[in-house]
Write a protein that binds this ligand. Structure first.
Ligand code: TYD
Length: 342
């Protein structure tokens, strides 16, 4: 398998590359990554030491770069992780989300069709379904995204669907739950809170923290994507979740325990997402389970391990947390509510 992993220098993509190097000894992997604020060469330093793995700096929106790479590396399969992914940033600026998450997917679909690739797996999110008060989303649930981010992901998913129907392009869409684990950029709830708590800083809990997310360990998610890559049916969508629903305040309580910090560091702030803050996500995942996949990592134990990873890998996250780009986002987004506690 000659695999192109788009967004391979990011959180989920880099963990997926590690998994494939282990699981598929004969594979060759081309990583394409734009190295936006969330992509990082230090994240993939270990995998680039493997001669089966090569890196190209570029965007999935750039059809020329994608085409040249597909030809030069004789690519047979693409897995796309490249995306703008942060809801809160999409509330400040959303044009880049549409560029990457919609137009970029279109470029990959066209390349898959034009060069007759065997398969494109497009990695998406449960957020495209919107919020569900009771029950679970299935792959047939309507798409009702509520933020510019989730709407851009839904746009990519619909391009994939239309390409399959119109041209028979062999594309499969996966929709994952909220991921946690090593190498997650410290703007998402878990790494943002862990790194701040370790520094003894206050953490901003949106509203009362009663929103529910379905958390899945990144390696369980990657194993699900691998299963879909090998056995999934073109044109289908596969939900990949862990049946592990937790209210935000529950996750935060575990983080306080694991960092040994006092609950006084948690500051409840007016919800910056307001009406766009999805109350609950929950997915039925029978379809991917029927391929022989199931999640293997228990939440409490692996959340603890994740906190330990951040404690032991300060050299990875500290330069990010001290970068101007990071500090200016945190200041712009949280300054008004955290004030002195920033
Ligand atoms: P996040 O990690 O941004 O993922 P998503 O928006 O894709 O679910 O947020 C997870 C939950 O945590 C969400 O309900 C918003 C909440 N949250 C906070 O309360 N405070 C924060 O600082 C962040 C980043 C998120």
């Amino acid at each position: 398998m000659n695999l192109l992993v788009c967004g391979g220098a990011g959180f989920i993509g880099s963990n997926f590359v590690r998994l494939m190097l282990e699981r598929e000894p004969g594979c060759r992997i081309a990583i394409l990554d734009a190295l936006t604020y969330a992509g990082n060469m230090t994240t993939i330093a270990d995998v680039l030491a493997d001669p089966r793995c090569r890196f190209t700096h570029g965007q999935i929106q750039d059809a020329h770069t994608v085409a040249e790479l597909v030809k030069a590396k004789k690519i047979t399969h693409i897995v796309n992780f490249a995306a703008e992914t942060h809801n809160d940033r999409s509330l400040l600026e959303s044009g880049s989300f549409i560029q990457t998450d919609v137009f970029g997917v279109h470029v990959l679909l066209e390349a898959t069709r034009k060069f007759g690739l065997e398969r494109l797996v497009h990695v998406s999110t449960d957020e495209v379904y919107g919020s569900i008060a009771e029950g679970r989303f299935t792959e047939q649930s309507p798409l009702e995204p509520n933020t510019p981010y989730s709407a851009s992901k839904a746009g990519g998913d619909l391009q994939a669907r239309a390409h399959f129907v119109s041209f028979g392009t062999p594309v499969i869409v996966t929709r994952g739950g909220n991921n946690y684990g090593p190498f997650q950029y410290p703007e998402k709830l878990i790494p943002f809170f862990v790194t701040r708590l370790m520094d003894g800083k206050k953490v901003p809990l949106y509203g009362d923290g009663s929103q529910v997310r379905e958390w899945i360990h990144v390696m369980d998610h990657c194993e699900g994507i691998e299963k879909v890559l090998r056995k999934g049916e073109p044109g289908q969508v596969y939900n990949i979740g862990d049946d592990n629903e937790r209210a935000n305040h529950e996750v935060v309580r575990i983080l306080l325990e694991e960092t040994g910090r006092d609950a006084a560091l948690v500051k409840s702030i007016p919800d910056p997402r307001r009406g766009a803050h999805d109350k609950r996500y929950s997915m039925a995942c029978d379809r991917v389970r029927a391929l022989g996949w199931m999640p293997r990592r228990s939440f409490h134990e692996h959340l603890r391990e994740t906190v330990r990873w951040y404690r032991e890998h300060e050299a990875w996250w500290r330069p990010i947390a001290e970068s101007e780009a990071y500090e200016s986002f945190v200041k712009a987004f949280y300054g008004p509510s955290l004030g002195e506690d920033l």
